[in-house]
Ligand binder design. Sequence first.
Ligand SMILES: [Zn+2]
Ligand SMILES: [Zn+2]
Length: 157
Amino acid sequence: MESNNLEASLADQHDILRSRLNQEGLRLTGPRKKILDLFVMTPDGEHLSAEDIHYQVTTKGGKISYSTIYRALHMMVDLGIMREVELAEERKYYELKTSLAKQHHHLVCVQCGEVHEFEDHRVTKASRQETLEHGFLLRDCQFTVYGICQTCQLSAL
Ligand SMILES: [Zn+2]
Ligand SMILES: [Zn+2]
């Protein structure tokens, strides 16, 4: 059951990406497919950096260069399939983009990097209102809250 669902969502994501790429005259190459699969298989609430992708592909015996990873990520962000999330200062993380209605935000521990995702329609509503007032088209909105988690607070005592 689980694996059927996973295969269905992998196939869906391939179709979405393939058709977006085709519109731009691009192809769904092996590395692009591999990177997309990693995101589809990543549990909800987890985010991947270029380093994570490189590690996951190479530990399974695959070969991929950082430049291939960066190019694929930027391309998928441009196509609106993925979004870059600001979770840490020193590293960029990525996740599959969901519809604006289901958009989530992040609460990040600045000490250990633990991330909680949350939904709040007020953030989306405020973004819509702001874009509307200035005649913008809403593409994405990110709301990141930085704090110190309970575990880190306790270990500082
Ligand atoms: Zn997220
Ligand atoms: Zn923490």
